[in-house]
Design a protein around this ligand. Structure first.
Ligand SMILES: C[S@@+](CC[C@H](N)C(=O)[O-])C[C@H]1O[C@@H](n2cnc3c(N)ncnc32)[C@H](O)[C@@H]1O
Length: 273
């Protein structure tokens, strides 16, 4: 099958970046670079796994799960249906953490999923240690696997615990609490694009007002944060005001940073003194 034919099949199935994805698939399954693919337009790619992947993708199954791995902040992560696919917007949190964590910091990554926030931060800050918390044993195991895959397992531990239950951490244990929790309002979750149906619903659903996890972290986990520490939240594009109000209520100042599309995406919370 030629590159052009693969593009056509994906396009007919409604895949937005069909040519980009076709090249990625050929690269993944046949080992040909994008440059090679474009230079030899009549080349025939007849790989059984490639054909199966095209079929799956046409059913709107995410490319990242088909590959079983994805890229985040320069690292490669094993991904499967037990975790949210790491998103580029989340790299904002990692960038801030890398620049601002104090020397030898210990931090928590609450709702760790694939472990991408903690692991990429640990990779680029070899003086730090982290604990990642997730509700599901298979997700916590995946985070541990990703820490091993990226060479930071000695500085990472995973805790399997319900964030909405009791805080399992010690007083003043952390220099930072970082979290990309589920933050989509329950009523909105079912209206999202088809690809998102393959991702764990529990990774998306932030309760009736989308704020359940932020409220719980601010009410029950801030005792584990040192006085000079900071909290980083990834937030929904329309949650800036809600988070600023919550932060104020719990005695924190709140700074907001935008993502590459210009939407509010990250809040930095610090205790008011
Ligand atoms: C939005 S995903 C974020 C994953 C990862 N941190 C990232 O940025 O790609 C939220 C994560 O929260 C976890 N989660 C959902 N409910 C939870 C709960 N009650 N306690 C702990 N973790 C929970 C999900 O399993 C999922 O891995």
């Amino acid at each position: 099958m030629t590159y052009a034919r693969i593009c056509e099949i994906l396009m007919d199935a409604g895949i937005e970046n069909a040519d980009f994805e076709a090249a990625l698939m050929i690269n993944f399954f046949c080992g040909k670079s994008r440059a090679e693919v474009l230079a030899f337009p009549d080349a025939d790619y007849s790989d059984k796994k490639l054909f199966e992947a095209i079929d799956k993708r046409c059913e709107r199954y995410p490319l990242q799960y088909i590959f079983g791995e994805w890229y985040f902040y320069g690292e490669t992560y094993t991904v499967n249906e037990n975790c949210l696919i790491p998103r580029p917007d989340t790299e904002l949190l990692v960038e801030y953490a890398i620049k601002n964590l104090p020397h030898k910091a210990r931090f928590a990554d609450l709702c760790t999923g694939s472990g991408c926030i903690a692991v990429s931060t640990l990779v680029h800050r070899p003086d730090t240690t982290a604990v990642g918390l997730d509700l599901f044993p298979k997700t916590a195991e995946l985070a541990v696997h990703n820490a091993e895959r990226n060479g930071v397992s000695e500085r990472f531990e995973a805790v399997c615990s319900d964030l909405l239950g009791e805080n399992p951490f010690k007083e003043n244990e952390f220099d930072a609490i970082i979290s990309n929790p589920p933050y989509i309002r329950t009523s909105v979750v079912d209206t999202l694009e088809e690809e998102l149906f393959s991702e764990p619903r529990a990774a998306l659903d932030g309760g009736e007002d989308g704020l359940v996890f932020y409220k719980k972290i601010l009410s029950d986990y801030t005792g584990s944060l040192k006085n000079e520490g900071f909290i980083l939240f990834e937030i929904g594009y329309d949650q800036k005001k809600d988070i600023a109000e919550l932060a104020d209520f719990y005695g924190f100042g709140c700074e907001v940073q935008k993502d590459l599309s210009g939407n509010p995406r990250m809040t930095i919370l610090k205790k008011k003194h």
